[in-house]
Design a binder for this molecule. Sequence first.
Ligand SMILES: [Fe+2]
Ligand SMILES: [Fe+2]
Length: 351
Amino acid sequence: MTNLSQPLIKGLHHVTLITSSELVNRRFYTEILGLKRVKLSVNQDDIFHRHLFYGDEKGSSGSVVTFFEWPHLSEGRAGLSSPHHLAYSVKNLDALQKWASLLKNKGVYVSRPYSIGDRVSIYFRDPDGVLLELTCRVDDEVDLQFLTEIFSEESSINSISSDMRLKYMDHASPIATDATILERFLQKILGLRRISKIENPHDPSSIILGIGVEEDDFLGYIVSPVVRVGSIGVGSIHHIAVKVMDEDEQREIMRILDTIGIIHSGIVDRFWFKSLYFRDPFGNLLEVATDGPGYTVDEPPESLGTRLVLPPWLESERKKIEYNLKLLDSRHKVMWPPNYPPTPEMPERVN
Ligand SMILES: [Fe+2]
Ligand SMILES: [Fe+2]
């Protein structure tokens, strides 16, 4: 049984979403959000479509967001089995204000600042409609009206200063309908505990349950008794991966899944890490991924993500893969800058 004082899970590993266009996706996550492309590969379960990875300089786990490029899918919808949003941490309120200005100056629709628990957040959508949050912790209560005025002031910020760098994900937010079932499940399988429970100021019918290891690295489940079923498509979160240090820890989680009788994928070698997939009781796809060997196993850190790399077992298919990716690009013309989707008034609302 998992030792709760030392949980096997060490935090978020990566979050995988769906984009309709490699080009627009790359320009947004690298040029606008300042992340680095740390791997350019293909979806190992669908090898004629790309898998894109962005993160910090080395692609450290916890910093990486990845995308399947599936232009043929229709738009996804958040709900049960389709997580709601993803949040990156920023250093402080000053950095958050700079982000609000920069995003507005780039044509992105940005929400006003919101206060949730001990945090202040802004929300916006990426070109495919993914709801993103930038959040920072604050020590004292904030005067939201004053903050809103400050955040709405015009500014000429057009580039990312060092204090603005996005370093790691703060939380990812799936949706559930029952807090007790959820907590029991995540505690039993992953040894995770509740770290916060707050009323959802955006939606009185729901609560936000922080479950994880650290207070700035967690699953921020939105729990509401009545939620529609979601659908996976362009602009949705496909799955959320949490981190274990090695395969022994991963096998221990697989053993617990087997003991309880939960269907899982078995351990899958993704070359840059090993993966184990299963669903929570509310249909959300979760992955337990090993910390290593990491994205630098086949490329030096300075040239990470600069060329199409394939795991060794797909090298024999390279020509066919490159031909099909070209074909894919020729069929899908894209536009930059994109027409950004609007941001909802109450961003963390699920009903
Ligand atoms: Fe959030
Ligand atoms: Fe994954």
